[in-house]
Design a protein around this ligand. Structure first.
Ligand SMILES: Cc1cc2nc3c(=O)[nH]c(=O)nc-3n(C[C@H](O)[C@H](O)[C@H](O)COP(=O)(O)OP(=O)(O)OC[C@H]3O[C@@H](n4cnc5c(N)ncnc54)[C@H](O)[C@@H]3O)c2cc1C
Length: 443
């Protein structure tokens, strides 16, 4: 059996490693010009992440795979955050799960909320375990904790992570912890210790180590892009523009809109379904300064911004506080994010305009007048999938129609399947690889 994996992001590399380590010959296709979402670069005398900066340490196969890469881990030096509101920055309370209170007292301890809102959310917390209908996170949060609580606590966190609004977002996919609190009253599993981690030298080291291991297992890396797939008796052909190569199985581990394009001939119905998945674009200004931060910001990992303030930025992350070992002493490094599914203003702005506007806003949020020393604008176009309510059903249909159109020879993986986090991408890719292995055992 020979398998092709399309895409060499975390998802594709995971699927390929799983297969290659079982002795299955694998070819991974990924053109060098198209980068994955993981990117660590030199910046201001240190190292900075342009995309993801950490992964959730949730027990399971995904974490085991990451740990098996043998990279020394570091943990955020601080995870404390504040929220910029019309009243100024207010510390985000602890004891909440993605902004939702698990207990009455967690709701009552929230300094951002008035008594009425706290009581309302506290009663919502007491109703844990009673059933909720629907899969719209905003509606679930509003009805359980009240609209004001949802806007100030859940929207900035979950909306920020997904570059989306919680209204019209699948609770099951984007905030399973909240869906579980609401439905099952089951606390999320935890390893104890820090919730997030990253390789000491940055997440690119993870991708590089996975690639090294893959080559060590004898897998082939092709720098050609896949332009289409076609199903033939006994094989699936990968078209690259230069040649057509036959494989017994193909794992497609690219964004949904690319998968839609690749499957247009091999699985037209699945192609249509995947083509309906929208994506958010975000931009980020990475900037450095050498003056000291104001007292309230010295221990903060970042400041989320209440969308009612109508700023361009959604969050000011203080990278040097979170990852001090990666930044020279005396230098403050910020990652200032902008953009969401509906806020597309940044797409119309030049890099120069973005730098000026985002740095000005960061100074306003911090109450400082810091001079920008070094800057880098990163554009993540169509980078974060939008998970509409009942997204899992759409994926289920897409998988079934892909399998039926291709005789089970094509599997889907990627961040759009079950959620954007790196551990989820790894878990989904492992599942896709396991499907191939099972098929191989039957051939
Ligand atoms: C700004 C940002 C911040 C994030 N922060 C976090 C975080 O802190 N923690 C976290 O866990 N997750 C985070 N994520 C999400 C996480 O980075 C992604 O969900 C994950 O890396 C996706 O991996 P992937 O392999 O599925 O997709 P990708 O990384 O997009 O990889 C897809 C690969 O497919 C290749 N490709 C595309 N077209 C073709 C083609 N035609 N032929 C062959 N190859 C092709 C691309 O070159 C790419 O390498 C963040 C994402 C972004 C954008």
């Amino acid at each position: 059996m020979r398998v092709a994996v399309i895409g060499a992001g975390v998802s594709g590399l995971t699927a390929a490693l799983e297969l290659a380590s079982r002795g299955i010959p694998v070819t991974v296709f990924n053109p060098p010009a198209k980068g994955s979402s993981v990117a660590t670069r030199d910046f201001a005398g240190g190292r900075v992440e342009l995309g993801p900066d950490s992964y959730l340490r949730r027990p399971g196969h995904a974490l085991s795979l990451i740990e098996s890469m043998g990279l020394p881990e570091i943990y955020p030096a601080t995870t404390r955050a504040s929220m910029m509101t019309a009243r100024g920055p207010i510390p985000l309370p602890r004891g909440l799960t993605l902004g939702a209170p698990r207990t009455f007292s967690a709701a009552m301890g929230n300094p951002m909320m008035g008594l009425g809102s706290k009581l309302r959310a506290g009663v919502g917390a007491l109703l844990l375990g009673s059933s909720t209908t629907g899969d719209d996170l905003g509606q679930i949060a509003d009805s359980r904790y009240g609209r004001r609580w949802a806007r100030l606590n859940i929207e900035p966190l979950v909306g920020g992570i997904n570059a989306d609004s919680i209204y019209g977002l699948s609770a099951r996919v984007s905030a399973p912890a909240i869906a579980d609190i609401a439905k099952l009253n089951a606390p999320p599993t935890s390893l104890g210790g820090p919730a997030f981690a990253a390789p000491e030298s940055g997440l690119s080291a993870l991708v590089e180590r996975m690639t090294e291991r893959l080559l060590g297992e004898g897998a082939e890396l092709s720098e050609q892009a896949c332009e289409g797939l076609s199903v033939h008796p006994g094989s699936v052909r990968v078209e690259t523009g230069k040649e057509e190569l036959g494989f017994d199985h193909v794992v497609v581990a690219v964004p949904a809109y690319v998968a839609s394009h690749l499957l247009r001939e091999a699985a037209p119905h699945a192609s249509l379904l995947l083509g309906t998945i929208d994506y958010s674009s975000v931009s980020m200004l990475i900037g450095s300064a050498s003056a000291a931060l104001p007292g309230f910001a010295r221990e903060l990992s970042g400041i989320l911004i209440d969308r009612e303030l109508r700023l361009l930025s959604t969050a000011v992350s203080i990278y040097s506080n979170k990852w001090p070992t990666r930044v020279p002493e005396g230098t403050a490094v910020f990652r200032i994010s902008t953009g969401s599914l509906i806020d597309r203003r940044h797409l119309e702005m030049t890099d120069g305009d973005l730098i000026e506007a985002l740095w000005h806003e960061a100074n306003r949020v911090l109450g400082t007048d810091l001079d920008l020393e070094q800057s880098l604008v990163v554009r993540w176009n169509r980078a974060l999938p939008h998970f509409a309510p009942y997204h899992p059903r759409l994926i289920d249909h897409a998988r079934r129609s892909t399998a039926s159109a291709t005789g089970g020879r094509v599997s889907l993986a990627g961040a759009y399947i079950s959620g954007s986090g790196i551990p989820t991408c790894i878990a989904v890719a492992m599942e896709a690889a396991a499907g191939c292995v099972e098929r191989a055992s039957r051939i």
